[in-house]
Structure formats: structure tokens, C-alpha cells
Design a protein around this ligand. Structure first.
Ligand code: ADE
Length: 225
């Protein structure tokens, strides 16, 4: 998979790709991530990429021309399955969306800033708009990093143990059950007996019950979706 991220602040978004599972996926050649500084496509030598909004109002809007130039240059080199715009006024990211995107060959992620982008960018280029939650960030960079991480770890070969993504929270619309490790007892706090029993069908049943219980208490909305 290839991910092209278009941003006003490339330095802000790079570090999440330099550690742990995501770095290993890049090192193994399973995924390529490229960052494109929107200012390189600016209208003038001062790096102009935004302007006041028509009709008045506070906040600058990213202009269509630099974005058009950047996306068109990428599209001239390969075709893209999706061109995604990170914005709070969109559908909220969930595990199903990440699953679907993890089988794409090439995707572009455009991150917004200030008041967002000229609506014509959204109308002409964007195939999917994604929010990471009902709150507003200063820019879409962190949201793009969250989306990329959620997608990359699902690509086959990225996680060492193939089954570990299957037992994540949300894969079956349930939160994950509690987990424990050594020691079996710490300051009077004991690991549930069943997990030490070696009775794996019973353990699976216990985990399922705990997952249901957690989901019911914390995210009852998931049971209905
Ligand atoms: N940009 C600013 N806030 C955002 C959010 N919640 N999700 C995606 N992109 C954003």
C-alpha cells in the first residue's frame, strides 16, 4: 500500500510513522508513506496557500489551486482508490472503515487547517471524508496519523501474530475483554481463577461474557449498530 499525505505541516505528522509497528511495516516494504508539503505548490514565492472566505467571517481557507496542483501531480503518476479529506464535519472513523481501507492499493489523505478547504476541493477531488471524533483539532495532521495507524496495522503481514487484529476491540462490535499477566497475585489483587485453569473453551466463554459486559456498560450504542 502507498499512502500520500498532503499537509501544511509535514514535520508535525512524521514522528508517528517512525516507531514500533508502523515503522516495521514501512521497513518491511509493506507500506510506503509519502508526505507532501502544500507550500511547495503555493501561488507565490511567499508560500500563499490560503485566503479569506467569501462572504466574510473569521479564519483562513485553504485555496483550491495548490491542492489541485498537488493532487493532479500524484494522479498523473498512479491511480488512487480513495482521496480522503480529514475534517470534523464528516462520518466518524470506525473499525469497519479502517478494515475496508486496509485493502486499498493507493490512497491520498488531505489534511485541513484553519477554517478548512475551499468546498470545490471537496466536490471535485475528495472521494471520502473522515472525522476521528466529535471534537475539533487545530489541524487534520494528527487525525491523518490516527487514520493511517488504524489502517496500516490491519494490512496482512504487519502484525506478527495474524490473529491479534482479529481480537481487537470493535472487530465484532464488542469492546475487548480484560487481560492480565504475571504475577498471578499482586498485593492481594488476584488474576481471575478461570484464566489460570487451562480450560480454554471456558476461558473463551469467560472472555466473551466480559466483552459483552464491558460493551453494555461503556458503549451500549455498539450493541445496536
Ligand atoms: N480536523 C480537525 N478536527 C478533526 C477531527 N475531529 N477529525 C478529523 N480531522 C479534523
Amino acid at each position: 500500500m502507498r499512502i500520500d499525505i498532503i499537509t501544511v505541516s509535514p514535520e508535525l505528522i512524521k514522528s508517528p510513522f517512525e516507531y514500533s509497528i508502523i515503522k516495521r511495516a514501512i521497513d518491511k516494504g509493506i507500506v510506503e508513506v509519502h508526505f507532501h508539503d502544500l507550500r511547495k505548490y503555493a501561488l507565490n514565492k511567499y508560500g500563499k496557500i490560503d485566503d479569506y472566505q467569501f462572504g466574510g467571517g473569521a479564519g483562513m481557507v485553504l485555496m483550491i489551486e495548490p491542492i489541485d496542483k498537488c493532487i493532479s501531480q500524484l494522479q498523473a503518476q498512479r491511480s488512487y482508490n480513495e482521496i480522503i479529506y480529514m475534517t470534523p464535519d464528516a462520518k466518524t472513523l470506525n473499525q469497519q472503515m479502517a478494515n475496508k481501507l486496509s485493502s486499498a492499493e493507493n490512497i491520498i489523505i488531505l489534511t485541513g487547517h484553519y477554517k478548512g478547504v475551499d468546498q470545490r476541493v471537496r466536490d471535485k477531488f475528495i472521494t471520502q471524508e473522515i472525522s476521528i471524533g466529535d471534537y475539533v483539532l487545530s489541524g487534520g495532521e494528527l487525525a491523518a496519523a490516527v487514520l493511517s495507524d488504524a489502517i496500516i496495522r490491519l494490512i496482512p503481514g504487519v502484525l506478527g501474530d495474524e490473529t491479534s487484529a482479529l481480537t481487537d476491540s470493535f472487530q465484532d462490535n464488542l469492546l475487548a475483554p480484560p487481560v492480565y499477566t504475571r504475577p498471578a497475585e499482586y498485593k492481594d489483587m488476584k488474576v481471575p481463577e478461570i484464566l489460570l485453569s487451562g480450560n480454554f473453551p471456558k476461558i473463551e466463554q469467560w472472555r466473551h461474557e466480559k466483552a459483552l459486559e464491558r460493551t453494555k456498560n461503556i458503549r451500549p450504542d455498539l450493541e445496536k449498530s
